[in-house]
Design a protein around this ligand. Structure first.
Ligand SMILES: [Zn+2]
Length: 237
């Protein structure tokens, strides 16, 4: 079994600290674009709402044009009815002319009411659209600020990572290959922390009480002491 000198152990603990910092930084770096993505989704939803409003506005405007056309035609019919009334040769003709006029008038009243309703809705839609556009503009500003912020954070994190990478390389170079291999293998086995401090006589890797024999060995500083429960290497801070 490999024996680690006190110095080796100290170096490996330091290496483990650096590795854990590197992992945390890498996780943070991965999470950064996620924030922007969420904000962009909200913005896209609001833009889609504006599109829907535009579609409705277009639809209503089209309807309004049609109604105006109907009103114009109805006025023509009223003119026509006047002519027919004047030229009526019998009661039948006369009645037909009157009927034409009254129907045209009814149509005008109905269409005018419908246009009023349309204008009311259009008015609301325009206001709603304005409100949404304003909020989208504000939101875009917010996203841009956030983007800048994230870019800055990203650069800082990357710089830190490079620094830690350099430190790690330096430290690793001062450790013998077999000791380093021991650490790398254990790190893989435990998915992270290999060396764990004993706090209140408890292994901080698995929370089990450290038996007296191991504890005494630790206090005496006699070689490597493994936690009998989880197998991690124990040390006292
Ligand atoms: Zn343990």
């Amino acid at each position: 079994m490999l024996e680690l000198s006190k110095e080796d152990l100290e170096k490996l603990i330091k290496l483990q600290e650096i590795d854990s910092k590197i992992i945390k930084l890498e996780v943070k770096l991965k999470e950064l674009p996620q924030e922007i993505k969420q904000l962009e989704e909200v913005s896209t939803k609001r833009k889609r709402k504006i599109e829907l409003i535009d579609e409705r506005i277009e639809e209503l405007s089209q309807k309004r044009k049609e109604l105006e056309k109907i009103i114009n035609e109805s006025y023509k019919q009223i003119e026509e009815s006047k002519k027919r009334k004047a030229q009526a040769k019998n009661l039948e003709d006369y009645k037909a002319a009157i009927k034409l006029k009254s129907e045209a008038e009814k149509t005008i009243i109905k269409a005018t009411k419908e246009i009023e309703e349309i204008l009311k809705e259009l008015n609301q839609l325009f206001r709603e659209k304005e409100r949404l556009e304003e909020s989208v503009r504000e939101f875009e500003k917010k996203i841009n600020r956030k983007r800048e912020e994230i870019e800055k954070t990203k650069q800082q994190l990357e710089k830190k990572l490079r620094e830690l990478g350099g430190l790690r390389e330096q430290l690793a170079a001062s450790i013998s290959p077999e000791v380093l291999e021991f650490y790398e293998e254990k790190k893989y086995e435990f998915g992270g922390n290999v060396f764990v401090p004993v706090v209140n006589r408890t292994c901080s890797g698995c929370s089990m009480q450290v038996p007296s024999a191991q504890y005494t060995k630790l206090l005496r500083g006699e070689g490597l002491v493994y936690c009998p429960n989880c197998g991690r290497v124990l040390f006292i801070k």
